[in-house]
Ligand binder design. Structure first.
Ligand code: MN
Ligand code: MN
Length: 455
């Protein structure tokens, strides 16, 4: 197959040219290539397929289970131009060993995923077995772990330190959910006690200082642990960014940062709307002054990737469980399907970022940081033919009815986009056309990820 005359975004250029695909791999990039099957991409952008390294398919949060499984979730991802996901496994039973949840997730994903996938492990306690398995699981393709500074299995500062020292020794990357647990819990309890249970108190119970303090703490701990590769997930606000910039200026190394589309396009005034409960997620949406600052951080390179934190619960369910008390509402937003078109429209078309920067934050950087480069994340000879073609001449309004996510709303309802996903190719298979999944079932493959590379 050959993709003709598109604006091809490669690692170092944006050039009108052709891309030849053979046996699922990019065979050549250049002018006047031909093959039997031809896709005309005239006037369209030809970009590396999206890589979303922050999804929660089938996530069991105790009070509910996230509604997209590895089938509906990867179909939705594909329709949104994403060809690879790395899912964060849920917490397992107390005291379980490190491979317990990895084994669980292989069962959840195998035979269901339609795009390629990997898993981040989770460290919910530290003992010698966990530290040993961090090494042995490298051969199984698990080269990143999530740690939490809040929720049931938060790690103590000492265990964070131990984890980071071990990660440094082995060359692994540690993703961190940074929020100050004690203060969040105290504020939640105080609000409930005072009868302040409306959705806005969700945001007020976990202010940006809770996030910024935890970011600062983990980065100081990481310095003492020897500068392991640390990945701050879902950065939501500028105060947190200031913490990161401060330590970077002091020479602290190996700090990488992800934000999500919701923190670029939505703000905390949503919590005061009648349907405010829809938007309950952690970290919460922030004051709108953060949106543009985070875009600047993406442009100037301070933010490295965009994940989605896709974790969908129906509006109806959130209302049923949390209408009288925000603390009873399952936390999370859908977004795996809307990430690429929203970022392209709001980012590239609105000229906040270049097409090259778009490709870096949505594909190349996640591939490098999570051990999939150059097989994934780049349009380059020899790489997997994972490609999304985006049409900037089409205008689309985001509507829940048009999406494939298994949830009854989208937080981006009514957002006008100045582009559309035209065609999605995964390992040389055309899997999406006309907003419809047309690939085979069960075609997704587990990616044995290698060690992370810096960006
Ligand atoms: Mn989180
Ligand atoms: Mn998450």
């Amino acid at each position: 197959m050959v993709i003709k005359n598109g604006k091809v975004v490669t690692e170092n250029s944006l050039v009108k040219t052709d891309v030849l695909i053979r046996h699922g791999v990019i065979k050549a990039i250049g002018d006047n290539l031909s093959d039997r099957d031809e896709i005309d991409a005239t006037g369209k952008y030809v970009l590396p397929g999206g890589i979303d390294v922050h999804t929660h398919f089938d996530l069991d949060v105790g009070i509910a289970v996230a509604q997209d499984d590895f089938y509906t979730g990867t179909i939705a991802a594909a329709c949104g131009g994403t060809t690879t996901i790395v899912d964060h496994v849920a917490f397992g039973p107390k005291g379980c060993n490190l491979e317990h949840q990895i084994n669980q997730y292989h069962k959840l994903a195998r035979g269901k995923a339609v795009i390629d996938y990997g898993f981040h492990g989770v460290i919910q306690h530290i003992d010698t077995d966990v530290l040993y398995k961090m090494k042995t699981l490298i051969d199984e393709g698990i080269t990143s772990y999530k740690i939490y500074m809040t929720y049931d299995y938060k790690l103590s500062d000492e265990d964070i330190y131990t984890t980071l020292m071990r990660a440094k020794e082995l060359g692994l990357i540690i993703a961190v959910h940074p929020e100050n647990d004690g203060i969040v819990n105290r504020r939640r309890a105080d609000f409930v006690q005072a009868g302040k249970t409306a959705p806005i108190y969700h945001a007020l119970s976990r202010p940006e200082q809770c996030e910024a303090e935890a970011i600062g703490r983990v980065l100081q701990i990481n310095r003492m642990a020897g500068d392991a590769m640390v990945y701050i997930v879902h950065l939501s606000n500028n105060l947190g960014m200031q913490q990161i910039n401060m330590v970077r200026q002091n020479g602290y190394e190996n700090i990488f940062v992800e934000t999500c589309p919701q923190y670029l396009t939505l703000s905390d005034d949503k919590y005061n709307d009648d349907d405010g409960i829809k938007y309950i997620a952690s970290p919460p949406l922030r004051h709108e002054s953060n949106n543009e600052l985070l875009w600047q951080d993406i442009e100037n390179g301070d933010i490295d990737t965009i994940g989605t934190d896709h974790c969908p619960f129906d509006y109806a369910l959130k209302q049923k469980m949390g209408a009288d008390d925000f603390t009873k509402c399952p936390n999370g937003l859908p977004g795996v399907e809307t990430r690429m078109p929203i970022l392209f429209s709001e980012g590239v078309i609105k000229m906040r970022i270049s097409p090259k920067r778009f490709a870096d934050i949505t594909a190349a950087n996640p591939a490098k940081l999570f051990g999939m480069y150059p097989q994934k994340g780049v349009i380059k000879e020899g790489s997997d033919a994972d490609i999304v073609i985006i049409d900037p001449s089409k205008k689309v309004t985001v509507r829940h009815e048009s999406l494939h996510e298994n949830v009854d709303f989208t937080p981006y309802e009514g957002l006008d986009l100045e582009c559309a996903i035209d065609c999605v190719i995964s390992r040389g298979d055309i899997i999406v056309r006309n907003n419809e999944y047309i690939g085979a079932k069960k075609r997704g493959k587990f990616i044995k990820r290698g060690l992370p590379q810096s960006v």
